[in-house]
Write a protein that binds this ligand. Structure first.
Ligand SMILES: Cc1ncc(COP(=O)(O)O)c(C=O)c1O
Length: 364
């Protein structure tokens, strides 16, 4: 997560306050969300290639609530949820919290493997599929448009609700903007296009959304109302103002993040030359492969030196990837540089113990 951009200034907060004051006559309950924000989100998604009306939008307390809401609504204990392997840990937590059986979807440089999704939909009866095809957490990959079209056709055929999590989708690093959301290929299919203010703007707003066909949005809105009667209005008013500035903020974020990735890659090449990675297309994360040893063990060593890294198994529905760590560029360059120096020191301490282990795990 990044700190708030300068645009989230006292002046903007004052403007939002003024706008809010004019709504105080109203009782303030808006289970779907603050209507001007629903409109701004619909306009945003339309500009990303997914034509959307405000009625198709449910405002949530961040993307995390969107994921956990959909999971709790759709999945009973013992039923299956399919997720990419690796994936965003918050999605694993949401599925685990309802007692779901987790089905890992193998994932490569082009995101989730479409043939695996087809096989799971045909044979494993999942109640929900969770995908993060745009600047995937943790690998930073993007599912190409043709694959998105195929996935959309599969969802249409099997009618299995599928989350397209776009929480990091605005954080392009250099390069091309990503393709439109999966739902652009199947507007009526049961696809929940999830988004968030957190990465581009600020996590403290706790504002996210679900975009879906109206009947599905209505059912989810009813369920959300049971839980919270709606998301707090002040944050939504601020979010509405900020969304109108999104292109400028997007450029600023890109200018902030891109050199941090360069710095991180330079330092890793210099200090940890045996580690390997593929440059991500966007997001805030670098998914790094260790030459040997256990990421979980290394994370303990690193923690001792004051560095927090996420070991691969935390991102994995079947606890694999103990040969990977997830690093982030969310801290400023000086902190990032110090973090990598300490991580290199942790590795120097740990590496002799790791030698010869890693590829093979002996289970007794
Ligand atoms: C892929 C993904 N989904 C969801 C979230 C949660 O975001 P929010 O702060 O909007 O709840 C994150 C945040 O790390 C994320 O990376």
């Amino acid at each position: 997560y990044l700190p708030a951009p300068e645009r989230l200034s006292p002046a903007l907060l004052a403007a939002a306050n003024e706008e809010l004051a004019s709504t105080l006559e109203h009782h303030g309950y808006a289970p779907h969300g603050y209507p001007p924000l629903q409109e701004a989100i619909a306009e945003h998604l339309t500009s990303r290639g997914l034509p959307t009306t405000p009625k198709q939008v449910l405002v949530t307390n961040g993307a995390q609530q969107a994921i956990s809401l959909a999971t709790a609504f759709l999945v009973q204990r013992g039923e299956a949820v399919a997720l990419e392997n690796p994936t965003y840990p918050g999605a694993i937590d949401a599925a685990t919290a309802v007692g779901a059986q987790l089905i890992p979807i193998p994932t490569g440089m082009d995101g989730a493997r479409v043939s695996a999704i087809a096989d799971i939909l045909a044979n494993r009866n999942p109640k929900l599929v969770y995908l993060n095809p745009t600047f995937h957490n943790p690998t930073g990959t993007v599912m190409p448009d043709a694959a998105r079209a195929e996935v959309a056709r599969l969802i249409e055929r099997h009618q299995v609700v599928t989350i397209d999590d776009r929480a990091e989708a605005e954080l392009t690093v250099g390069g091309e903007p990503p393709p439109p959301p999966i739902a652009a290929h199947a507007p009526g299919a049961p696809i929940l296009t999830v988004g968030s203010m957190s990465k581009l703007f600020w996590g403290g707003l706790r504002v996210g959304w679900i975009r879906a066909p109206v009947p599905l949005v209505s059912r989810l809105t009813g369920f959300k109302a049971v839980l919270d009667l709606g998301t707090s209005l002040p944050g939504q008013v601020v979010a509405t103002h900020l969304l109108h500035d999104r292109e400028a903020v997007r450029r600023e974020r890109r200018q902030m993040i891109t050199p941090r990735f360069h710095l991180l890659e330079e330092l890793l090449s210099e200090l940890l030359p045996t580690w390997s990675w593929t440059r991500p297309k966007g997001g805030l994360l670098l998914w790094v492969r260790l030459p040997s040893g256990s990421a979980r063990e290394l994370a303990v060593e690193a923690r001792r030196l004051g560095v927090a890294i996420l070991p691969g198994p935390t991102t994995s529905p079947d606890l694999s990837f103990d040969n990977h760590v997830r690093l982030t560029v969310s801290r400023p360059p000086d902190v990032l540089a110090e973090g990598i120096r300490r991580l290199a020191a942790a590795w120097d301490d740990y590496a002799p113990r790791a030698e010869g282990r890693g590829e093979l795990e002996v289970i007794v």
